[in-house]
Write a new protein. Sequence first.
Length: 305
Amino acid sequence: MNCRVYAAAAGELLMRVGAGGGQFSHESEHDLAVMVSDFLENSSGGAESWCSSDSDSGFSDFHHLADKISFHRHSVDRYESDLLAVVHSLLLSMNEAELHLVRTGLCNASCIRFSLVKLLRSSGYDAAVCSSKWQGCGKVPGGDHQYVDVVKYNDDGSSGRLVIDIDFRSHFEIARAVESYEKILKALPVVYVGSLSKLKQFLQVMAEAARSSLKQNSMPLPPWRSLAYLQAKWHSPYQRWINPEEESNSSSISSGHNQCGGHLRRLQSSLQSEIEAERLLKHINSDSSRKHKLERRRNSSFRAI
């Protein structure tokens, strides 16, 4: 196994601890640092103990996994579809000048989440920023994560949660990804909006795809990309926050907030590209459907003659 590749990936991971949606405490950052160090030490001596050759294990069919991603993306009810459209519209309408610093240290896009929550609540949704936290256990490092949820109240008195993650793809980035994996990664929604049960299905597919991609390069799956670690982000105990905590000394941490404007611009650009790509795909599918209908009519006419 190429340990230099993993060392670089691990270094990048530690620098990004808490970025892309996560909010890591010093304790969880330490846990993850120890996990990375142990992983590199234990993996450097023998890749054979971590993974077998493709011919021995029969790696996953990426095309099949891509079909699963497409199926899960388009299996949405009316409420999810409407909420997704609202979230897209609100994120695209945000102005970075309106983002306010909401925490000490690195903001890590908390300001974007709280701004989104404010706009969603103004639109009648019971939205909040959720902060989850979990302890390390076995090969799963401890950590914490931040995302948005919306509580849906049903006519029968029951309720359910929908999760909104504004930087969904970043959770699945891996070192030296094969081309097929990159295609699956780009097939994921830029912003995830959906139930926890559907989210779990996405996580299962991506964990399997990551394992297959890494195996093709004789690289083991790092613990921070395992299914258990991914699930911990959204399935761990959490607290809901509607209003950000007021900061008493914003001037001393303004540099940690500067990156959020760039984050918002990248998010809006990715969202716009995704929307345009889907619009183009619908147009192509519509044209194809019309051509098939015309072809069937012509064939029917010939048979009648």
